[in-house]
Structure formats: structure tokens, C-alpha cells
Design a protein around this ligand. Structure first.
Ligand code: PLP
Length: 467
């Protein structure tokens, strides 16, 4: 492709993107295709000869677009949003043109230094203490993995890295029954053994019961285990339940256990001071993770990992082959030592573009609106005779179900499962489900930057119509 062709296609593609974003609500939110339908349209072998970009793009429109679920639609109420914004898309485009690898300062000083500053901006925006420092990661799963590895190495005086687990104590890791599945995966791959992940019961609000945590630790100590790591959730994935971080932190400090806070989703709400009741006790933690790529309008991927003691993190990860040694190693952050992979994208750019384009005031207004409209929908559900709420609403996620009072639990589950399918089959909105205390639960969360209250009003009308 020549520069002239690149210029031409890039211009028309930006036009395509702007049209897409303007018209996204016209597509069925959830892709209405069957398994295998898209793959069947892609030839089994690729061409020997170059193809015209026009032909490639035509196939993108005709063969790929029908299989896209539109995360960019304000009518996407499923999972958690992965909401982006136009300034962040532009940042991502530039990032890809620069093709910067920011593994060490020297490989692009601006990538490291803008990231340093963005981590400070975000720390201050979230109201975190200046004791925290951190770096941008791909995902929250990786952030939590970093925390586990650092805790492991610190506890073993960096010996597990050297010698493996032989002769080491049996370490125990604690998280609530509602914690995100990334802790399960991480415990397995960090070598602890899945049976050493202790799931702590939750209360009626789905938050960890701290006295149960204390009991589990005491009984593990008595049995000769070594409590190593506690994960507290500030906003669980199922219901955005908030674990009592202050009580958990006090227990962690008493027993000298690493305390990690998973604020992957709800962390965004901390930009509003009135929401900081959720982060009470966060100052007692050793590490925390938060994803601007969920509800703070930066394209996937962009996850912030903060620690109090970055030296232990870099000591756990640092390997410096000769070809990566530089003269500035003692003066600057070399972020390759802050995570598993070597190469790293210039993610700070899209975060910077987004933060400056919106401004903090605007961001707070959007987050407040989302939370306020969720409270409105909650009151509609509570006032309705045929629906009931199944969990508290701490931010903008609603967990509810149809219940006319005439069915048993089994019938209710079957009814709500069918209801979910028929709602999504309309293509007008997309919602997902979870199970709470065995109850099939509808989950609806509105977190798109251009969400209006109308979208939620129409979603609620549709849900009632489909029963
Ligand atoms: C989404 C989520 C995660 C995982 O996020 P990734 O960035 O996709 O790894 C972890 N914890 C919580 C609470 C989440 O909601």
C-alpha cells in the first residue's frame, strides 16, 4: 500500500467509523448469527496474490459486520460495558501509527513519562493516597496476577522464583465466593494449587463476611498453613457488591497478609467524591487494580495497577539481559519490569486524550447520571408487581427478575431464562444473567458515555412487554 492509498483509505475509513458510531443503534445489539456462520464465509486458504483494499473492506462490511455484537451501542446493557470514546479511539489510532514499544525508557521516553504522569492523574482523580504508584497493564486479570506473584516472592524472600515451591509453606489465598474468576485462574497458574484458594462466604448483600475471613485464617494457621493473600472486591462482577475493605484491611495487617483490592469495574465511580464510601479502607491495601477500559471511556485495553511498594514488584519480575541494559536504568521507570510481557503498547496516549477531551467535571456528571438513572430503574422495578430486585444497586448495575408470585423457584428460573432469550432476540437491547442464591437473575448495566435516560426507559418498556 502506498502512502497515497493509505491516506485515501484512512480518510474513508474514518468517515465509515463516524457513520458507524452515529448509526450504531440501527444494528441488532447482539449479533444474530449461528455458530460457524461467519467462518464458513472466509475462504479456507488465503490468496497468493495481493488483493485490492476495496475488496478486503467490502468483505469486512458484508461478512464480518453481521457477526459483530455492538458493544458501542448505548443499548448494550450486558456484562460490564467496555465503553470507549471518540478521543480515545483517536489516541488508539495514533498509537498504532507510532508503533511504539515502551518496554524501557529509552525505547520511547515519552511513552514512559506520559504513563508516569497519567498514573498520578488517575490516582488523584480516584482520591487515592499519594503512597500509591503504578503502571498501565492490559487487564485486571494481569494486575491481580502481579499482586499474587509479588506477595509470593516477598513472603518467600524471593526464593520461589529461584528454587520453586519445594520446602515452602502451604500458602493460602482468600477471596469471597463472589470474587471474579480471574483469582481462580491466577491461583492456578501462579503455582499455589487451586485447593489453596479459600472462598469466604458472603452476606445477604453479597459482600464478604469479614468475621468468616478471620475464622478461616485462624483455622488455617492452626492447621499449619501460611495465609498469604486476601482479595477484597470493590464492586464484584455479579452484583457490584462492595466488600468491607476497612475490616478486611485490619485483619490483613494484623496477620501480615498481602491485601489486594479488585476495583476493576466500580473504580470508575471513585472520581465522584460521594462514591468514596466504597473505598473506605483502601489505604490499608498493598495493591489495587482498576480498568478505565470498562466504565471510563478508554478503549480496551487499559487497566491500572497500583502498588505501595513497587520495588518488590520489579524485584520479582526483573531480568536484565545485556541487550536491555541502559545508562538511565537508575533514573527512570523501565516498565517492562512491572508486568509479565516485555513489549508494551503506548496506552497512556489514549487515556491522556480521553481525560483532556472530557475534563474531570464532565466525567463526574456522566458517572453520576448513570448511577442516578440506575436508581430510577430500581425504583420502577420495586414498584412493579411482577418484578423484584435481587441485589442492592451500589453503582449502575441492576440485578432483578420477573416474579409474579405464582411460580415456584424452578418455574421462575425457567421463565426468566426464556425471558432473557426473547429480549435479546429482538436485537433492540442486550442484557445478560447471573445466578444469585440459585435464582436466575437478569443483569442490566448502562455505562455508555452517550447513554441517555431514554435508553433505559425504552429498555424497561421492552422488558415488561416481553413477559
Ligand atoms: C471485569 C472484571 C475483572 C477482569 O477484567 P479483565 O480486565 O478483563 O481481566 C476482574 N475483576 C472484576 C471485579 C471485574 O469486574
Amino acid at each position: 500500500m502506498t502512502s497515497e492509498e493509505f491516506r485515501k483509505h484512512a480518510h474513508s475509513m474514518v468517515d465509515w467509523m463516524a457513520d458507524y458510531l452515529d448509526n450504531v443503534e440501527k444494528y441488532p445489539v447482539m449479533a444474530q448469527v449461528k455458530p460457524g456462520e461467519i467462518k464458513a464465509q472466509i475462504p479456507k486458504s488465503f490468496s497468493e496474490k495481493p488483493e485490492a483494499f476495496e475488496a478486503i473492506f467490502k468483505d469486512f462490511e458484508n461478512k464480518i459486520m453481521p457477526g459483530i455484537t455492538h458493544w458501542e451501542s448505548p443499548n448494550f446493557f450486558a456484562y460490564f460495558p467496555a465503553s470507549k470514546s471518540k478521543p480515545s479511539i483517536l489516541g488508539e489510532m495514533l498509537m498504532s501509527a507510532l508503533g511504539t514499544q515502551g518496554m524501557v525508557w529509552l525505547t520511547s521516553p515519552a511513552a514512559t513519562e506520559l504513563e508516569d504522569r497519567m498514573m498520578e492523574w488517575m490516582r488523584d482523580l480516584l482520591g487515592l493516597s499519594t503512597d500509591w504508584t503504578g503502571s498501565i497493564q492490559d487487564t485486571a486479570s494481569t494486575g491481580t496476577f502481579n499482586a499474587l506473584i509479588t506477595a509470593r516472592e516477598k513472603a518467600s524472600d524471593f526464593q520461589i522464583n529461584e528454587k520453586g515451591f519445594a520446602g515452602m509453606p502451604r500458602y493460602r489465598i482468600y477471596a469471597s465466593e463472589q470474587a471474579h474468576s480471574s483469582i481462580d485462574k491466577n491461583v492456578k497458574i501462579a503455582g499455589f494449587g487451586y485447593e489453596n484458594l479459600v472462598k469466604i462466604p458472603v452476606d445477604k448483600n453479597f459482600a464478604m463476611i469479614s468475621s468468616e475471613l478471620e475464622k478461616a485464617i485462624e483455622s488455617d494457621l492452626a492447621a499449619g498453613y501460611k495465609p498469604l493473600f486476601i482479595l477484597g472486591a470493590m464492586g464484584t462482577t455479579g452484583t457490584t457488591a462492595v466488600d468491607p475493605l476497612d475490616e478486611i484491611g485490619t485483619i490483613a495487617q494484623k496477620h501480615k497478609i498481602w491485601f489486594h483490592v479488585d476495583a476493576a469495574y466500580s473504580g470508575a465511580a471513585l472520581i465522584c467524591p460521594e462514591m468514596r464510601w466504597m473505598s473506605k479502607g483502601m489505604e490499608l491495601a498493598d495493591s489495587m487494580v482498576f480498568n478505565p477500559h470498562k466504565w471510563l471511556f478508554v478503549n480496551f485495553d487499559c487497566s491500572l495497577y497500583y502498588v505501595k511498594d513497587p520495588k518488590s514488584l520489579t524485584q520479582a519480575y526483573s531480568i536484565t539481559p545485556e541487550y536491555l541494559k541502559t545508562d538511565t536504568d537508575h533514573e527512570v521507570n523501565n516498565y517492562r519490569d512491572w508486568h509479565i510481557q516485555l513489549g508494551r503498547r503506548f496506552r497512556a496516549l489514549k487515556l491522556w486524550f480521553m481525560l483532556r477531551s472530557f475534563g474531570a467535571e464532565n466525567l463526574r456528571t456522566i458517572i453520576r447520571n448513570h448511577c442516578e438513572w440506575a436508581q430510577w430503574l430500581k425504583s420502577e422495578i420495586e414498584a412493579s408487581e411482577d418484578f423484584e430486585m435481587l441485589a442492592p444497586v451500589s453503582v449502575n448495575l441492576l440485578c432483578f427478575r420477573y416474579n409474579d408470585g405464582k411460580m415456584n423457584e424452578q418455574e421462575l428460573n425457567a421463565f426468566n431464562e426464556k425471558l432473557l432469550k426473547s429480549i435479546n432476540a429482538t436485537g433492540k437491547i442486550f442484557i445478560t444473567h447471573t445466578k444469585l442464591d440459585g435464582k436466575y437473575t437478569l443483569r442490566l448495566v448502562g455505562g455508555h458515555p452517550e447513554l441517555k435516560k431514554d435508553h433505559l426507559e425504552r429498555a424497561w418498556e421492552l422488558i415488561k412487554e416481553m413477559t
